[in-house]
Design a protein around this ligand. Structure first.
Ligand code: ADP
Ligand code: MG
Length: 235
């Protein structure tokens, strides 16, 4: 299961905000059928790396490739069309649209615009009941996070990028999220999870990269990497 070659790769990524360098030469592979996690303290550069992969931040140096193609200069919407989907840390659903409409609208921006994909996605995330017809405004955070994830999945992405997907979720919701993400990986999707909830990562990831001050300092299977981080990791 470790033989699939990476679909999304970052090489020597440097990112700057004005005079401040937030990434100092990051290399990362995201492979089909695997869940790759990036962990690290606040300010380590996890979201900056995420933005370079999603196309919302242009790296100062280095490159991002999708299926071998250099996409470093492509904006986020073009990457979405090529099959790179993401979720937003601040939820980005349309409040006046229903759950199903929110998913359908986003599906139309994705790689595959098959109406069946919308229904499958709603079912996968348990959004195919009466909640599908409710406006997104006023739904609980846990439900909105599922809508957000459904929106990302509705275009049948090759790569799914998730920044802090467990933020604001309770224990049961985190467990349900982990099941969905594992099912997606088993289906061949390449997943990247940027997360500071180490318990989620421990039970989920195939490989973990630890970032500190703009660099990946340790990589490996979660049992090895997270144990080595010890109590200082804040668990
Ligand atoms: P993480 O997601 O790991 O918490 P970030 O990627 O958000 O880290 O931030 C990495 C570093 O870059 C931090 O020092 C942060 O203060 C800085 N930073 C992030 N976004 C900006 C910005 N828009 N302008 C200036 N500095 C930023
Ligand atoms: Mg962040």
């Amino acid at each position: 299961t470790t033989t699939a070659s990476p679909v999304l790769t970052a090489r020597h990524l440097h990112a700057r905000y004005g005079g401040f360098t937030a990434l100092h030469g990051v290399d990362l592979d995201v492979s089909p059928g695997r869940i790759t996690a990036v962990v690290g303290p606040n300010g380590a550069g996890k979201s900056t790396l995420f933005h370079c992969l999603a196309g919302t931040l242009r790296p100062a140096r280095g490159e991002v490739r999708l299926g071998g193609r250099d996409i470093t200069a492509l904006p986020a919407h073009a990457r979405t069309r090529l099959g790179v989907a993401r979720t937003f840390q601040q939820l980005a659903v349309f409040p006046s649209l229903t759950v199903a409409e929110n998913v359908r609208v986003r599906a139309e921006q994705g790689r595959v615009t098959d109406p069946g994909a919308v229904e499958r996605t709603l079912r996968l995330l348990g959004l195919d009941g009466p909640v599908r017809a409710l406006p997104a405004a006023g739904l609980p955070t846990g439900t909105l996070r599922r809508v957000e994830l459904a929106r990302a999945l509705a275009g049948a992405p090759r790569v799914l990028l998730l920044d802090e997907p467990a933020a604001g979720l309770d224990t049961a919701e985190v467990a349900a999220l982990a099941r969905v993400l594992k099912a997606l990986a088993a289906d061949g999707t390449a997943l990247l999870v940027v997360e500071h909830d180490l318990d989620l990562v421990a039970g989920l990831a195939d490989v973990v990269h630890v970032m500190t001050a703009g660099r990946i300092v340790t990589s490996g299977p979660p049992e090895r990497v997270l144990d080595a981080m010890g109590p200082a990791a804040g668990r």
